[in-house]
Design a protein around this ligand. Structure first.
Ligand SMILES: Cc1cc2nc3c(=O)[nH]c(=O)nc-3n(C[C@H](O)[C@H](O)[C@H](O)COP(=O)(O)OP(=O)(O)OC[C@H]3O[C@@H](n4cnc5c(N)ncnc54)[C@H](O)[C@@H]3O)c2cc1C
Ligand code: SF4
Length: 329
């Protein structure tokens, strides 16, 4: 048995100081990732600093139309907020298609950004895993990789980023604000979610003790006309094989503006910029939707077990965009 000390922080400064003081301290929010991994001996904190009393639970619409989501807002609370449902339906849908109702009531938005990969080898301490033990190898590359990533992979890690809502937020150019020993910072999603490269153990640029405080979503008018589509092995309580967050605006049958991001296929929430570029100004027809997806997926590097994800991603993009144009096949 490993002893773990537990502290309940009363303020942001206390929480940051408590974690910074000990390299083996972790923040504890809803605990739905942290406690799982602790039980599986994947994480071994010496101290947990509970942040649930911090005043970071708001979901606020700002005067400029942007949205501020507190790091401790629960997934269910954000999904139910009227401003999210009306102005950012893709966020509400991504949240409601994730985990289970009980988990969504516990799980915080900050914790969701920090959740760890679902690769079975990462969670099995007997297996080689560069993310868990740097330099030990990657059992997935020659092993079971059906659920793994095809975009953004490296020779050192092919794990998929598991979050649904991060995919919707990536499509909207959201930013992550933090406070830490080095002061306040703000990260774009591209800066925050690091590709595995040759250091898959380094998943984000946060320093030890840096706390996510807020997720900022800019005012994106086309987000009113958006959707999140998730394809998975069973209809609930399952991670995505492929997911698509899409927002679309048309003028005279042409694509005036589009946002696309993919889940289940990338080592990070995957903004489909090549597909967006292909579609801008093009006729909003299924052939172009499929071609745009194909352009994006041209960079895919699948294994023999997950090659099906390339075509599945293309079809899911088409389905999401057809849903938004009102012409589902
Ligand atoms: C069975 C199951 C199914 C799931 N299915 C899905 C799914 O389909 N889709 C999906 O998107 N997610 C899914 N999840 C993941 C779930 O959404 C995350 O576990 C949850 O969002 C994590 O939030 P938490 O508050 O519980 O974080 P915790 O478990 O408390 O923390 C997670 C990590 O983040 C750190 N942390 C927490 N808050 C902060 C902060 N503010 N700043 C800095 N670090 C912080 C902690 O130290 C810890 O390392 C599933 C989880 C489970 C257990
Ligand atoms: S894919 Fe990544 S998380 Fe999975 S075993 Fe390989 S290194 Fe570990």
């Amino acid at each position: 048995m490993r002893p773990i000390s537990y502290t309940r922080a009363t303020g942001t400064t206390d929480a940051i100081a408590a974690v910074t003081a000990d390299p083996r301290s972790h923040f504890l929010a809803g605990g739905t990732t942290e406690v799982d991994l602790l039980r599986q001996n994947v994480l071994a904190p010496r101290r947990l600093v509970d942040i649930n009393d911090l005043p970071l639970t708001g979901v606020e619409e700002m005067p400029d139309g942007s949205l501020r989501i507190g790091a401790l807002a629960r997934m269910s609370q954000v999904a139910q907020a009227p401003v999210v449902r009306e102005r950012f339906p893709l966020i509400a849908q991504a949240l409601e298609l994730g985990a289970s109702a009980q988990l969504r009531n516990m799980a915080s938005m900050g914790g969701n950004m920090m959740q760890r990969v679902r690769c079975g080898y990462f969670r099995d301490t007997a297996s080689a895993c560069n993310k868990r033990v740097p330099g030990s190898g990657c059992a997935a590359i020659e092993g079971t990789s059906r659920g793994h990533a095809v975009l953004g992979t490296s020779a050192h890690c092919i794990a998929t980023h598991p979050s649904d809502v991060a995919v919707a937020l990536a499509a909207l150019d959201a930013r992550i604000r933090t406070e830490g020993p080095g002061g306040e910072r703000s990260y774009s999603f591209e800066e925050f979610f690091l590709l595995p490269g040759d250091t898959p153990d380094r998943e984000h640029p946060l320093e030890h003790g840096e706390l996510i405080t807020v997720i900022e979503v800019p005012s994106v008018p086309i987000a009113r006309h958006s959707a999140y589509l998730k394809v998975r092995d069973r209809e609930s309580y399952e991670f995505a094989l492929v997911s698509v967050a899409a927002a679309l605006a048309l003028a005279d049958g042409l694509v005036l503006d589009v946002r696309l991001a993919l889940g289940g296929v990338g080592t990070r929430p995957w903004r489909a910029e090549r597909a967006e570029e292909f579609l801008l100004g093009a006729p909003a027809i299924p052939q172009n939707f499929h071609e745009a997806a194909r352009v994006e997926m041209a960079a895919a590097r699948p294994t023999s077990m997950n090659a099906f994800k390339v075509e599945l991603a293309c079809r899911t993009v088409v389905r999401a965009l057809e849903t938004l144009t009102g012409s589902p096949s």
